[in-house]
Design a protein around this ligand. Structure first.
Ligand code: NAP
Ligand code: COA
Length: 262
């Protein structure tokens, strides 16, 4: 299947975990993929992996907190692959700590990566987005909708990301640009889940709380992104769509408290 043959897909934070899985899906389906993140080694490895799938792929090093660096990376992507058909904004930061233990700098780090970073990426991409037809997907999280112990900064940040999604959908819809959020639940073998469920007991409890009784796979999120960026979703904008096995219905705060408090 080549739903995205020749399309330019730009993925911020697409060098590991879920976002790299999303980039892989687009590469398999014919897209030219540009990605960037902070680590030169991770960028190099991700680009090599995407090329090994047969895709044209390029990358850059940039921290989403740095507006000028993001503008540089996005400008380079447009120079190499032309107008942007799909933008996935996926860079994020997380650690688990009670609000009383999060310093100003700790809270700022997550707000700056998730919220300001999403603004930097979408703002820099805006002049390069194909009109009509471009699609933006921001990567949110269950924390945007359910309060979780140890996640005050992430809950605030991801709720902010979803409001950016809705506002951009409103502002850019008339130009034929769609903007949606995907909201992954617990996804196995990812950095995010290693931080949220670092031991066997937490992981088992998390799985037991998911209505579908399994962790999600990176590919589950990739398939939702593929749908949202395809013609099949041409009337969907401003939506926040979970891909979580129903996890958002049952956020299991008790076990999290046990894990945080030791
Ligand atoms: P991950 O592997 O750590 O992915 C984060 C990516 O963002 C990496 O490529 C990282 O690369 C990049 N990144 C981090 N900080 C950055 C910065 N300041 N500037 C530029 N790039 C940056 O984590 P993941 O668990 O797959 O999470 C990916 C996304 O899914 C995040 O948006 C997360 O909130 C969301 N999510 C994850 C889960 C889950 O179960 N894992 C659940 C819900 C939502 P560098 O280190 O090279 O910068
Ligand atoms: N508990 C409390 N505070 C913490 C913390 C923890 N577990 N981990 C980091 N912090 C605080 C630091 O103490 C620091 O605050 P301080 O200067 O007041 O001491 C602040 O957060 C910034 O930490 P630092 O390590 O300098 O930031 P960074 O910019 O290098 O990294 C993070 C940002 C902290 C979000 C880091 O975890 C990261 O890079 N994450 C990206 C990958 C990721 O989170 N993947 C999962 C996505 S869901």
């Amino acid at each position: 299947m080549s739903r995205f043959a020749g399309r330019h897909v730009l993925v911020s934070g697409g060098t590991s975990g879920i976002n790299l899985g999303v980039a892989r899906m687009f590469a398999r389906e014919g897209a030219k993929v540009f990605t960037f993140s902070r680590s030169a080694e991770k960028v190099e490895a991700a680009v090599a992996e995407l090329r090994a799938l047969g895709a044209q792929a390029e990358g850059a090093v940039a921290d989403v907190r740095d507006a000028a660096a993001v503008a540089g990376a996005v400008g380079r992507a447009a120079e190499v692959f032309g107008p942007i058909d799909v933008l996935i904004s996926g860079a994020a930061g997380n650690f688990v700590a009670r609000a009383r233990d999060i310093s100003s700098n700790g809270f700022r780090a997550v707000m700056e990566i998730d919220v300001l970073g999403t603004h930097h990426v979408t703002h820099a991409a805006y002049p390069h987005l194909r009109r009509p037809g471009a699609v933006v997907v921001n990567v949110s999280a269950a924390q945007a909708q359910v309060a979780m112990v140890g996640q005050a900064h992430v809950c605030a940040a991801k709720a902010g990301v979803d409001m950016l999604t809705r506002t951009l959908a409103l502002e850019w819809g008339p130009e034929g640009i769609r903007v949606n959020s995907v909201l992954p639940g617990p996804i196995g073998d990812t950095e995010g889940m290693k931080r949220l469920a670092p031991d066997e007991a937490s992981l088992a409890a998390k799985i037991a709380s998911v209505p579908l009784r399994r962790m999600g796979a990176v590919e589950d999120v990739a398939q939702l992104c593929g749908f949202l960026c395809s013609e099949a979703a041409s009337y969907i904008t401003g939506a926040v769509i979970p891909v979580d096995g129903g996890a958002v219905l049952n956020p299991m705060p008790t076990r999290m408290e046990a894990f945080i408090d030791g």
